[in-house]
Design a protein around this ligand. Structure first.
Ligand code: NAD
Length: 298
C-alpha cells in the first residue's frame, strides 16, 4: 500500500471523524463537501474532536497540530480528488445521492484513485457501475466515534481487485483501525449481522412479556461476561435507530409483534425524548445506569 493522499467526501457525522483519524495518522487529507458553509461547520467540529483525542488517546498538542496541518478543504470535486490515492465516500445514506455522486466523481477522478464507500446498509455492488471502475471499488465501514470504536470492516463486491482489497486493509491498519475483512458481500457487514438480531430478540422478549428489561440484560451480561446487555447497548446506539429499523421491518412484514414493538418504542421513548445515553435517559438513567451498580449481577 503506498497511499499518501486521501480524500473524504461528505463531512457529516462520520466523514469528519474519518478525515481527522487519517490526518492524525499522517496522511494528507482533503475534505470535500457540497458547499463552503458546510465545510466551515466541519472545521469547527475538528476542534471538538481534538478534545476527545486528548481525553481518550492522550494525544499531544504537537500530534494534534500535525493532524490539523494535514487537513485541507474544498467544495470543488475535481480539485478535491486530483491527487487522491483513495477516496472515502461518506455522503448521505441515500442510493440516489450516492449514485449521482459516483457518476460525477467518475468523470473527474484520476484513474489511479481507489473509491471506498462507508455505507452502513447499502452494498457496494449497488454502486459498482456508477463508479466506472468496479475493480477499484469496495466498502470500508467505520463505526461512530472511530478513534475509540476503531473497527474497519472491509467488504468487496464480486469485481473488486484482490490487490485493492489488500491495500485497503493495510490502509485501515495504518490509521489505527482493527481491520476486519469480509470474504463476500453481506448486508449489515459482520457487526450488524450479529447485533441487530440480538437487539430485536431482546425487544421481542420484553414486548411479549417474557421478562423485564433488567432481567433480560442480567441474563446476557452474567451468562456471557458482556459488559452491557442488549438494552444497555440500545441506549448507546440510540433508541431512534432501533425505532427506525423496527419501523421498516414492520412496514415490510405487517407482522403484529413488530407493529407492537414500534408502538412501544414510539410511545415510551421517542415521544418522551428518552433516546438513550444522548438525552440522559433511555432504558436506563445516565450518567449512573443501574447496570453499572455493584450489586446488579448479584
Ligand atoms: P451525515 O448526513 O451526517 O453527513 C453527510 C454529509 O454528506 C453532509 O455533510 C452533507 O452535506 C454531505 N453531502 C450531501 N450530498 C453530498 C454530495 N453530493 N457530495 C458530497 N457530500 C455530500 O451522514 P453520516 O451519518 O456521516 O453518514 C454518511 C455515511 O456514513 C452513510 O453512508 C452512513 O451509512 C455511513 N455511516 C454512518 C454512521 C453513523 O453512525 N452516523 C456509522 C457508520 C457509517
Amino acid at each position: 500500500m503506498n497511499y499518501k493522499n486521501i480524500t473524504v467526501a461528505g463531512s457529516g457525522v462520520l466523514g469528519y471523524q474519518i478525515a481527522f483519524q487519517a490526518a492524525y495518522h499522517d496522511f494528507n487529507v482533503v475534505v470535500y463537501d457540497i458547499n463552503d458553509e458546510i465545510l466551515s461547520k466541519a472545521k469547527a467540529k475538528f476542534d471538538t474532536m481534538s478534545t476527545a483525542f486528548k481525553e481518550d488517546l492522550h494525544a499531544s498538542e504537537k500530534q494534534l497540530q500535525r493532524a490539523f496541518d494535514n487537513l485541507s478543504y474544498t467544495s470543488n470535486l475535481e480539485e478535491a480528488v486530483k491527487n487522491a490515492d483513495l477516496l472515502i465516500e461518506a455522503v448521505p445514506e441515500n442510493p440516489k445521492i450516492k449514485i449521482d455522486f459516483y457518476k460525477k466523481l467518475a468523470q473527474v477522478a484520476p484513474s489511479k484513485t481507489i473509491f471506498a464507500t462507508n455505507s452502513s446498509t447499502l452494498l457496494p455492488s449497488q454502486f459498482a457501475d456508477a463508479t466506472g471502475r468496479p475493480t477499484k471499488f469496495l466498502a470500508l465501514h467505520f463505526a461512530n466515534e472511530i478513534w475509540k470504536h476503531n473497527t474497519a470492516e472491509i467488504m468487496g463486491h464480486d469485481q473488486t481487485d484482490p490487490e485493492v482489497f489488500k491495500d485497503v486493509i493495510a490502509f485501515a491498519k495504518a490509521i489505527g483501525m482493527l481491520a476486519l475483512p469480509l470474504a463476500k458481500e453481506q448486508p449489515g457487514y459482520i457487526l450488524n449481522s450479529l447485533l441487530v438480531p440480538l437487539l430485536t430478540a431482546a425487544t421481542d422478549l420484553y414486548v411479549t412479556g417474557v421478562a423485564d428489561i433488567q432481567t433480560i440484560d442480567k441474563t446476557w451480561m452474567k451468562a456471557t461476561g458482556a459488559p452491557l446487555g442488549p438494552f444497555g447497548i440500545l441506549d448507546v446506539v440510540g433508541i431512534t435507530t432501533a425505532y427506525n429499523i423496527n419501523k421498516i421491518a414492520a412496514e415490510e412484514s405487517k407482522d403484529e409483534l413488530k407493529i407492537k414493538t414500534v408502538n412501544f418504542l414510539k410511545e415510551q421513548f421517542i415521544d418522551k425524548n428518552k433516546l438513550g445515553v444522548s438525552t440522559g435517559e433511555g432504558f436506563y438513567k445516565y450518567p449512573n445506569p443501574a447496570y453499572k451498580e455493584e450489586d446488579f449481577l448479584t
